[in-house]
Write a protein that binds this ligand. Structure first.
Ligand SMILES: [Zn+2]
Ligand SMILES: [Zn+2]
Ligand SMILES: [Zn+2]
Ligand SMILES: [Zn+2]
Length: 353
């Protein structure tokens, strides 16, 4: 089955390459191919669990037909649901929203005319939107391929890095927009704001707080917004101010690889954590994350918010599960029966008996 996996991944890279090549002359096909690539990478990951899972109706899956490529495959929604349920390795909320958004844009392109061709202002704006969309899609895809899904795509790390270089060059289309924003950025800076290189488009227009700061950064050029931790890189030889967009991300300056534990100690050293009372069992110093299912990765900030040192989700509340008694963010309703991110509730318990 691994040859089928390799076929799908090679196709996915091929579509990505085409989406870059076609951007200027055939923006419509660039959009269509970019989304196809995203969907193929998600399916390839699903294929690693079981081949029948990428067939639209797994109960009717026929292996001979599958090997011939004669089957209707699952869409992004089904693929993600199966990855989440079967492999507990689905897309995070922000990844899902981004990929689903790209799917909707692809559908519009297939059915309606598009404005990205030509020399007019509308064409330029449309082109900028496409490039910003693709930069963001690639940001999340790259993070999956080199992070959570890295072991499944181990043979493709070099291809991923090469593609990263090509995708980053593509953001040159946003240069003009960035130039036009420079005066605004300078004025905002003068009022005390800070800007760093955008993790998605690379331009220095990503507005963040200063020194060690947890919050949502926003890029004025490409519109990318994400919770970030800004800090001086912990690698002493680097020590540059950087934005980090996840607990397992790399320093964009020196390549130092972070861990959620390191993120927590940066927050601790900088007094960003709310001091908790060890003697009070209700005063939690750690909780589970309902976004990434991290175990005890959520810490209380001095602002009163809760922050996941793995997926960087910022939440106002932590809830308690009626079944396991554990505390986590995004606590669903009816936890006694169906459980939380850390347990399967009474129903899961009965199933095991
Ligand atoms: Zn940007
Ligand atoms: Zn560094
Ligand atoms: Zn998390
Ligand atoms: Zn629970």
């Amino acid at each position: 089955m691994s040859e089928r996996f390799d076929d799908v991944v090679r196709n996915a890279f091929d579509f990505l390459g085409r989406s870059i090549d076609e951007l200027e002359k055939h923006p419509k096909y660039s959009v269509i191919h970019f989304y196809s690539a995203i969907e193929l990478f998600v399916k390839a990951r699903l294929l690693k669990e079981h081949w029948a899972l990428i067939v639209m109706k797994p109960d009717q899956a026929d292996k001979a037909k599958f090997m011939r490529g004669d089957f209707q495959s699952a869409g992004l929604k089904e693929a993600n649901e199966r990855l989440t349920k079967v492999a507990v390795d689905g897309l995070l909320d922000e990844e899902w929203k981004c990929f689903e958004g790209l799917r909707l844009v692809r559908n519009q392109m297939v059915h309606f005319a598009h404005a990205a061709q030509g020399d007019g202002d509308d064409a330029r704006k449309e082109m900028e939107r496409i490039v910003a969309d693709h930069a963001k899609g690639w940001f999340y895809l790259h993070r999956l391929l080199t992070g959570r899904w890295a072991k499944h795509f181990a043979d493709y790390q070099e291809a991923t890095q090469e593609m990263d270089g090509r995708m980053r060059k593509q953001t040159k289309y946003l240069e003009q927009k960035f130039q036009l924003l420079m005066a605004d950025i300078a004025a905002t800076k003068a009022k005390g704001s800070h800007f760093m290189d955008c993790p998605s488009c690379g331009f220095e227009s990503f507005e963040v707080g200063e020194a060690v700061w947890v919050g949502v950064g926003r890029c004025m050029t490409c519109g990318f917004a994400s919770p970030v931790l800004t800090l001086d890189c912990v690698n002493e030889d680097c020590a540059k101010p950087i934005p980090l967009v996840g607990g397992y991300e790399w320093c964009p300056e020196c390549g130092h690889k972070y861990t959620p534990e390191q993120v927590e100690s940066v927050l601790d050293d900088d007094d960003k954590l709310r001091r908790t009372d060890h003697h009070d069992p209700d005063d939690l110093s750690h909780a589970g994350c309902g976004n990434c299912d991290g175990y005890e990765t959520v810490v209380p900030l001095d602002t009163g918010d809760w922050f996941c040192t793995d997926c960087f989700d910022i939440e106002e509340h932590v809830g308690q599960c009626d079944w396991c008694g554990g505390n986590s963010t995004h606590m669903p309703e009816e936890t006694y029966l169906s459980g939380c991110s850390q347990c399967e509730g009474r129903l899961g318990h009965e199933k095991d008996d």
